[in-house]
Each structure stands twice: as structure tokens, then as C-alpha cells.
Design a protein around this ligand. Structure first.
Ligand SMILES: *Cc1c(COP(=O)(O)O)cnc(C)c1O
Length: 394
């Protein structure tokens, strides 16, 4: 900890807000603070700006502005999509299809719905984290009302064949929701071409503010309102609009859409360089997730004979922000449900490290991270009796 260098490689957890985004938001705190429902000029400006933001965002996914509903983020969007459709279609059927590797905003909403009498099928994934669309097709029943499969996974970065799943759902007359929180502005999304009926996103994963996101709801989809109150968001999500948040989200989305090709090409190159070096220079290491169908900024490794938590603490002392394969947020060291769903044994899942790059990541950051990971993995292994035993018997 000689210097106070910070290398932020946890962009799947959250991202820094772009300065241009902050700048765009400020007037909506200080001058145009009026409630968009008001009839005076400062309110009209806020109202107009929200309408413009809705349009900007809609254009990034080939949607109509009326189909964009602002929410408080990814978790709320996921909750609304699942509970709203479940309530709205309960008389039609009570079967929902999802996967074992969804974010907890989906999985815990599903277990809530199970307690309400819904029947949820949690599909397996293959060793790279991919869902098989044929299995989805075979799982659809007459009482299936919704399929929810994430576009890209937050831990391993695997990108699902969403276009195919959307087509299967549409042909079967079943609604299709996708959690696109990680994928939005990282890969091109076209809700028409992909047959997406509902889609969740979040501002703070795209260099925008926290506490804002949106749910895309295709025209004609019947869904119960999520928050009851005023007439905001076409009477489906009450509450005075988070105007600065909405303005910030739109600015972040626009900037990220504009530079997507160039930014993701850069990230992909840096990431592949890191993956190649880590796999080559650190023995008994594996890459988790699909090598090709993968978010541009995601790398997830398992180091044999390494306790992930120890590695994270050492990296933190070196100024490196990363995350691991256990649900440390909940205070437990249970291995992640995603890594277990890939079929990894407990100890390998526990020895995993997620590094997620962002727009601000540099080659120097990556070189420094590789060097520290190598050194720390070496130190942990040198103290491991299992490692010593393993290497002395070869
Ligand atoms: C971060 C994340 C969420 C939750 O979004 P919040 O805006 O933090 O509520 C949901 N799904 C995925 C895949 C995520 O990565």
C-alpha cells in the first residue's frame, strides 16, 4: 500500500458516473426543479426534458417512447416484470420459466411468487452458462405465462441466445422478459428483432446514476401497476419522476450507445490480453463462462488451491477493486449459485475472481492487476498444505 493507486475492476457491480452526465443533471436539481406535473415554466422544462429522455432511451433499443417506463433501477424493473405479469395473467396460467443463473432480483422474486402459488421452472445451463433454447421450447406448457432469461450474466458475462428464445416465446404465445442490466449498451439490442416483450435495465451499470432504470413494456402487454398513486408513467408506476436521474440515465445511455463499438472493441482487446496472460502465467487456473459469447468487459477466473476471499483482501490492499465467487454480501461464504450451476465443485467456485473492465480501464491498470494477482495467488498457494501436497506428488 505504498501508493494510493486504485484500479477499479468491478464495473459489473457499479460504474463511475461520466462527468458529462453529472453536468447534464445539475440544472434539474438547481433551476428546473419543478414537478413535471406542474403548470408553470420550471415544471414544463422538467416535463419536456423527461419526454426527451424517454425518446433518447427508446431510440437506443428500437422501441417507442411510450414503451419506456422509468423505475428505481434493475431490481425494481425485474420485480415489476415478474410480479406484474404474474398478477395480470394468474387466471390464464401460473407457470413461469426462468434459469438457475439469474440475478437475485429475479430468483428471489420467483421464490416469492412460488409462495403465492406460482409454479417456477429453473432451467439448467451448460458448463459455459448457456441455456438451450430447445429445452425452453420443450418446457413450455399450456399454463406457461412468462419466460424470463437474462440477456447477459453479471458474474460470468455469458450472453444468451435471446433472439432465438424470443422467437420461441412469440410463436408459443408466451411473454418474454429479459434482464438486460449487464448487456444494455454493451451489445446491440433491438427489442423488435429480438421479440422482447419486457426488458429491465439500470442506470448505474452504464456510467449513469444509481436509483434509476427503466422497464421496457411492449405495446399491448397487460401488466399490473407496480406502485399505486398518481398518474405518472401512464398510471403504471406512480411517484414524482426522478427527474435528475432520468436526465442522467438518458445522457449516459446516449453516450454509451454512441461510443459502443469503439469502447467495447477496446475493452474486449484488453480483456483478451488479460485472459491470455493469466491463463498462461498462473498454473491451475480456468476461465469461467463462454469464451466467445461473452460481455466485452467480463473475465471470471477460478484459481485452484486459492480461497477467493483471501485473494480479494490482498488485492484490496494493493488498491485493486474486484469481486469473488461467493455471496459475501450476505455475510456467508457460500459459493455463487451461478458458478455452481456451471457444475464447478465447491472449492473451485470458492477460488474464483471476477474482473470487470469499464470505459476508464487502461492497459497499465491491467498490467498492474495481472502482476498483483500472480503475486497474491502465489503467496496464498505457498501457504496451502493442499497445494504443497499436490505439487510434491506430481
Ligand atoms: C445490478 C443488476 C441488477 C440490479 O440492478 P440495481 O439497479 O442495482 O437494482 C439486476 N440484474 C442484473 C443482471 C444486475 O447486474
Amino acid at each position: 500500500m505504498a501508493d494510493s493507486r486504485v484500479v477499479y475492476l468491478d464495473n459489473a457491480a457499479t460504474t463511475p458516473v461520466r462527468p458529462e452526465v453529472v453536468e447534464e443533471m445539475i440544472p434539474y436539481f438547481t433551476e428546473n426543479y419543478g414537478n413535471p406535473s406542474g403548470i408553470y415554466r420550471t415544471a414544463a422544462k422538467a416535463k419536456q426534458a423527461v419526454a426527451q429522455a424517454r425518446q433518447t432511451i427508446a431510440s437506443t433499443i428500437n422501441a417507442k417512447p411510450e414503451c419506456i417506463y422509468f423505475t428505481a433501477g434493475g431490481s425494481e424493473s425485474d420485480n415489476w416484470a415478474l410480479k406484474g405479469i404474474a398478477e395480470s395473467l394468474a387466471s390464464v396460467g401460473k407457470h413461469i420459466i426462468t434459469t438457475k443463473i439469474e440475478h437475485h432480483a429475479i430468483l428471489n422474486t420467483c421464490s416469492y411468487l412460488e409462495k403465492q402459488g406460482f409454479d417456477i421452472t429453473y432451467l439448467d445451463v451448460n458448463e459455459n452458462g448457456l441455456v438451450n433454447p430447445d429445452v425452453i421450447e420443450r418446457t413450455i406448457r399450456p399454463d406457461t405465462i412468462l419466460i424470463s432469461v437474462m440477456l447477459a450474466n453479471n458474474e460470468i458475462g455469458t450472453i444468451q441466445p435471446v433472439e432465438q428464445i424470443g422467437k420461441i416465446a412469440r410463436e408459443a404465445g408466451v411473454l418474454f422478459h429479459t434482464d438486460a442490466v449487464q448487456a444494455y449498451t454493451q451489445i446491440p439490442i433491438d427489442v423488435q428483432a429480438m421479440n422482447i416483450d419486457l426488458m429491465s435495465t439500470s442506470g448505474h451499470k452504464i456510467n449513469g446514476p444509481k436509483g434509476i432504470g427503466f422497464l421496457y413494456i411492449r405495446e399491448g402487454v397487460k401488466i399490473h401497476s407496480f406502485i399505486h398513486g398518481g398518474a405518472q408513467e401512464r398510471k403504471r408506476r406512480a411517484g414524482t419522476e426522478n427527474v435528475p436521474g432520468i436526465i442522467g440515465m438518458a445522457k449516459a445511455a446516449q453516450m454509451a450507445a454512441d461510443d459502443m463499438e469503439e469502447r467495447t472493441a477496446r475493452e474486449r482487446k484488453l480483456r483478451d490480453y488479460m485472459i491470455e496472460r493469466i491463463l498462461k502465467e498462473i498454473p491451475y487456473t480456468r476461465l469461467n463462462g463462454d469464451a466467445v459469447k461473452r460481455l466485452p468487459g467480463n473475465a471470471n477466473f477460478s484459481f485452484q488451491f486459492v480461497e477467493g476471499e483471501s485473494l480479494l483482501i490482498m488485492l484490496d490492499m494493493d488498491g485493486i477493486c474486484a469481486s469473488g465467487g461467493s455471496a459475501c454480501a450476505s455475510g456467508s461464504l457460500d459459493p455463487s449459485h451461478v458458478l455452481l450451476a456451471l457444475g464447478l465443485p465447491d472449492d473451485i467456485a470458492r477460488g474464483s475472481l471476477r474482473l470487470t473492465l469499464g470505459a476508464q480501464t487502461t492497459r497499465e491498470d491491467i498490467d498492474y492487476a495481472i502482476e498483483r494477482i500472480k503475486a497474491n495467488v502465489g503467496r496464498i498457494r505457498s501457504m496451502s498444505p493442499e497445494y504443497e501436497c499436490f505439487t510434491s506428488h506430481r
